[in-house]
Ligand binder design. Structure first.
Ligand SMILES: [Zn+2]
Length: 464
């Protein structure tokens, strides 16, 4: 575990596979590589001077007004005329709005205001898309009491070296703002978007860099791993290792519970209430930072050691019914760890898969037989009807790895067919693989079964 702590990760990279602002051609942000580009976000702390901070605050205020105004316009137009106002119609109005409110919105640089309209449009599209896909997860955008961030399109290299090795980032009409460059931006990358945000402990800027695509993984994985997520251990690897939640997680959560209780005792709306609320917010921020830090450590370590990472494609809500703290850990922690592993694997040309979770704890990783009777939650050992004995979580992790292998082979088969090069023809090996796949997939859900039949049909085509 000591190696885990070698890498300094402060407020560093997170990833998005594509950029939100790429949707709008006037930003000039179509991925330059033609296909899907890789974006890395670097978050740096800002130290604006007093007058600069005042300007930043004024931007946020004006953008709240703009957001609410644009939202009301969209809503009213739909309610009264059944006409759907789009982004471009609002963008065309922006000039008039800015001229009308010359001392307010007019002072916010044009492309920062435009970014606000794009964000609104993006929120609308997400909500409409969610409605169409019959998902209730994304709601319609709401009216705002405050805005916490704004974005703009930067020059390719927005950071400037000032005197004495200190750095500045240029924010339009605010000027060069001191920035703590705790790590250098990626080499050979172009800045595509900047977001400036106000948080409980200060100002931050997030710079989105477009990086050249790393080479795709080649050859068969040499060091594969399956990772099972659980409550007794934070993670169990198919190698038999376990990772526990660090103690500071629990400590911070205890503090958080206490701070919340104190908040509830204060009179709502009083000065002490406001003070306590700020303390709660800071604690939340601290917990968030700790989780992110730990997630970066873990994902760094795993993507360094392993070249195939196989995770369960599970639904957090089903895993942790009834346990609030466990839910917090999994909810905020696991989605993030998977997300970080995914992009770090891509960057390091490693493989990352998410496989169906159904039945991973109930089937034997050695022979594929189902536990009979089903394994209860409190039982720590998996006893196979055929006599194999394994730790419950390690067994599950091995099953996850087995399914990951299937995914890898399936995608490899596709690549080979596209190339036109013949697949390997060693008969015995293929028969072995089929037998193993059958064992792994036996007694699964419909989804798993369809994946399996897809795999089988692929192989059948290869045989012809
Ligand atoms: Zn067995």
């Amino acid at each position: 575990m000591t190696e885990l702590f070698k890498v300094e990760t402060g407020h560093c990279a997170t990833i998005s596979a594509s950029s939100r602002r790429c949707h709008y051609p006037e930003n000039g942000l179509e991925p330059s590589s033609g296909g899907a580009a890789l974006f890395l976000s670097y978050r740096y702390r800002l130290y604006p001077q007093r007058p600069q901070e005042a300007v930043l605050h004024s931007y946020l205020g004006e953008l709240t007004y703009l957001w609410n105004h644009a939202l009301a316009q969209r809503r009213d137009s739909w309610v009264t005329k059944h006409h759907r106002i789009g982004y471009y119609e609002q963008q065309a109005n922006l000039k008039a709005w800015r001229a009308f409110d010359a001392c307010g919105l007019g002072r916010v640089p044009y492309h920062i205001a435009r970014d606000c309209l794009q964000r609104l449009d993006f929120a609308y599209r997400a909500a409409l898309g969610g409605v169409r896909a019959a998902q209730s997860s994304v709601g319609f955008p709401r009216f705002r009491r405050e805005t916490r961030s704004f974005g703009f399109v930067p020059p390719p290299d927005p950071l400037r070296l000032a005197r004495a090795g200190t750095w500045r980032i240029h924010i339009p009409r605010v000027g060069p703002v001191p920035v703590r460059l705790h790590r250098l931006p990626p080499e050979g990358a172009t800045a595509r978007a900047v977001t400036v945000s106000r948080e409980t402990d200060g100002w931050y800027s997030t710079i989105q860099y477009e990086v050249p695509d790393p080479p795709p993984p080649s050859g068969d994985p040499i060091a594969p791993v399956g990772i099972d997520v659980g409550l007794t251990h934070l993670a169990t690897l198919s190698t038999g290792e376990t990772v526990d939640a660090p103690k500071f997680f629990r400590a911070s959560e205890r503090d958080l519970v206490r701070a919340h209780r104190r908040l509830m005792r204060k009179e709502s709306g009083s000065r002490r209430y406001a003070q306590q609320r700020l303390r709660v917010a800071r604690l939340h921020a601290k917990v968030r930072r700790q989780r992110r830090w730990f997630a970066h450590q873990l994902s760094h370590e795993w993507t360094r050691r392993f070249d195939l990472l196989s995770f369960e494609d599970f639904d957090v809500r089903l895993v942790v019914q009834g346990n609030r703290l466990a839910k917090n850990i999994l909810d905020a922690g696991w989605g993030q760890i998977r997300q970080l592993c995914k992009y770090k694997a891509t960057l390091r040309s490693r493989r990352y898969t998410e496989v169906p979770a159904a039945g991973t704890t109930q089937s034997c990783a050695m022979c594929g037989r189902l536990a009979n009777p089903p394994l209860p939650l409190h039982e720590r050992m998996f006893r196979c009807p055929a006599g194999h004995l394994a730790d419950r979580d390690v067994n599950a992790a091995k099953n996850i790895l087995g399914r990951g292998w299937i995914e890898v082979r399936r995608s490899a088969a596709e690549v080979r067919r596209v190339d036109g090069t013949p697949p390997p023809t060693r008969k015995g090996r293929r028969a072995y693989q089929r037998k193993r796949d059958r064992a792994i997939w036996s007694g699964e859900t419909r989804r798993a079964c369809s994946a399996r039949s897809e795999f089988v049909s692929h192989n059948r085509e290869r045989l012809l």
